[in-house]
Design a protein around this ligand. Structure first.
Ligand code: PMP
Length: 291
């Protein structure tokens, strides 16, 4: 395995509270509220050919996630878009991953933190495929109910159970965990939404307690444009046996075919292949040649 390059020890520039700072200087105090109490929200974006796919939607979701956690980002959606583009250009990147993050600072310690400063940073780096030859196993935690956690925010705290589940899956030799929701329905992986191809239709969980991914919505639109029926509904785990093809979607994951879920195995089917092509064209802005 290639040696890990720690993320704190790299070259480049990070946009930090409105300033461009050298990568290694983008630090925060240990008494930051975001670290102790999880008052932090973030985004994951991808740029293709220097242009972030669905940038406006991501910047808006960052602001919305902060509001769900009770804080207002000190930047508008336009300012976040511009800061993102400036950071990509300053780092001389074209195809890259983008990680904006917003968190409560160190002005107050304790559960209440009304007077804390809201910080925002944006980092970018080259990041290849998120998954390879993806095999999933059932997760050890469920997605929480909407009345027990801010499930529609992309909030750092929600990823606590994701990291535990993903580590448990990796320890068993799997690529990721398939999480069920609090009712026992199929939900999502620790970082991507899931789609099942059953009898020529695409089935995907209702986004009522999972992240309604921007890639998820893109794929639904692409499928509909191809005349593929998309059914958003509650899916029981037993139905995984009835699927002919399964894939996951996410900014980092893009569209990744699922090869297995525990003992069940899947082929890369025709719907997946079609949508892989269409997603590639959409993200790279490629004009499709009529078949
Ligand atoms: N679910 C979870 C838990 C995620 O972390 C992600 C990645 N942000 C997604 C779904 C997919 O969301 P998106 O397509 O907006 O990246």
């Amino acid at each position: 395995m290639a040696a890990l390059i720690p993320y704190h020890d790299r070259d480049g520039w990070i946009w930090y509270d409105g300033e461009m700072v050298p990568w290694r200087d983008a630090q925060l105090h240990v008494l930051s509220h975001g670290l102790h109490y999880g008052s932090s929200v973030f985004e994951g974006e991808r740029a293709y050919g220097g242009k972030v796919f669905k940038l406006r939607e991501h910047s808006q979701r960052l602001i919305d996630s902060g509001r769900i956690l009770g804080f207002e980002l000190p930047y508008s959606v336009e300012q976040l878009d511009e800061a993102t583009n400036t950071t990509i250009a300053k780092n001389g990147l074209s195809d890259c991953y983008v990680r904006p993050v917003a968190w409560r600072g160190s002005e107050m310690m304790g559960v209440a933190a009304q007077a804390s400063k809201i910080h925002v940073a944006i980092a970018v780096w080259e990041w290849g495929a998120y998954y390879s030859d993806l095999r999933l196993t059932r997760a050890i935690y469920d997605r929480p109910a909407p009345n027990t956690a801010p499930v529609h925010a992309k909030a750092a705290g929600l990823y606590m159970i994701c990291t535990i589940c993903k580590h448990a899956a990796e320890a068993k030799g799997f690529g990721d965990a398939l999480m069920l929701d609090y009712r026992g329905y199929v939900a999502e992986t620790t970082g991507a939404n899931i789609f099942l191809g059953i009898g020529g239709k695409l089935h995907t969980p209702v986004a009522d307690c999972i992240l309604n991914g921007i890639t998820r919505r893109t794929v639904i639109d692409l499928a509909k444009a191809r005349g593929i029926e998309v059914v958003e509904r509650h899916i029981m785990p037993a139905e995984l046996e009835t699927a002919q093809e399964i894939f996951v979607t996410g900014t980092a994951a893009e569209i990744t075919p699922v090869r297995a879920i525990d003992a069940l195995t899947y082929q890369v089917g025709p719907i997946t292949k079609q949508l892989l092509d269409d997603f590639h064209a959409a993200t790279r802005g490629v004009q499709k040649v009529a078949a």
